[in-house]
Design a protein around this ligand. Structure first.
Ligand code: 6PG
Length: 276
């Protein structure tokens, strides 16, 4: 196993700044090299502060937003305006208000100010591709329906592929307290499936207890760049296990991001138990 780069910063704010800088550079490089930058982002506690850093100068102005395609690695099976929605975090802190309307990637209102903040990153509404959980729920469909529709969108937008697997320029990940990434929990059935995206039953061992839609963990083998961000003392023991023990990705799915091309950004508290 080729080990990833580990970056330790004093606190969560410094982690968010370091992550935002890497994201901005990665998106700009991808766009310069291939004309498009496909970014699969995350949910949980990680992305909010990162988004807020990306949504204002100077980083906002260093990214060719019209060439960025924004995807999600996983989503809770809730409507897009639900407090648990991963897409909602981006609407709150990154993208222009209204860009998630209808979850279709169209229909942004382009409002200048909402909730006291400026409009954010000028990513075109058509480049924003939330997992359509809200549409699924509204139509009484299940998580598999949302997953299939999401994969169709990836095909129609033209995410590059390698052996049939999407190749994201950047996958941003948080790490769950059980060592999960995406919504791929320890011993997940996702390891035995070949679908690019799939429904996952509500986990009982970890909150929130809602069904999910996740990308297949195999997409992490094909991503050009992976960025993992985790902070807090509560993650110290699991991070030491993930980064220090023999690889067993079914036990610790986050070990899928222990690879070349991955950078882990941890604060001092989260890194406290690592052998350094
Ligand atoms: C989700 C996420 C998930 C998250 C981790 C870490 O939908 O919950 O996408 O993979 O990144 O659970 O979450 P925290 O940062 O909140 O611990």
């Amino acid at each position: 196993m080729t080990e990833p780069e580990i970056v330790v910063r004093p606190d969560p704010d410094a982690c968010a700044r370091a992550a935002a800088e890497i994201i901005a550079e990665t998106l700009a490089n991808a766009s310069a090299q291939r004309g498009r930058a496909h970014w699969a982002t995350t949910g949980g506690s990680t992305p909010g502060a990162i988004y807020r850093t990306l949504a204002v100068p100077p980083l906002r102005d260093s990214i060719p937003w019209d060439q960025v395609e924004l995807w999600w690695g996983d989503e809770r099976f809730v409507p897009a305006d639900h407090p648990l929605s991963n897409a909602k975090i981006a609407e709150a802190d990154l993208i222009e208000i209204g860009s998630l309307s209808g979850e279709s990637g169209t229909g942004g209102s382009g409002a200048d100010v909402a909730g006291g903040r400026t409009a954010g990153a000028p990513i075109p509404a058509g480049n924003v591709h939330p997992i359509p959980t809200g549409l699924a729920i509204a139509g009484s469909h299940d998580p598999e329906w949302a997953a299939e529709r999401y994969v169709q969108t990836m095909r129609s937008v033209g995410v590059p592929t390698d052996g049939g697997w999407p190749v994201f320029d950047l996958v941003l990940l948080g790490v769950g307290p059980d060592g999960h990434v995406l919504s791929v929990f320890p011993n997940s059935e996702a390891f035995d499936r070949d679908d690019i995206a799939m429904g996952i039953p509500a986990p009982t061992h970890i909150e929130p207890h809602v069904a999910r839609v996740t990308l297949n963990p195999k997409i992490l083998d094909h991503a050009r760049r992976i960025l993992v961000v985790a902070h807090g003392a509560s993650k110290a023991a699991i991070l030491a296990d993930i980064l220090g023990s023999e690889p067993d990705v079914r036990r610790l799915p986050a070990q899928l991001a222990r690879r070349a091309g991955a950078t882990w950004i941890l604060d001092e508290a989260a890194a406290a138990a690592l052998h350094r």
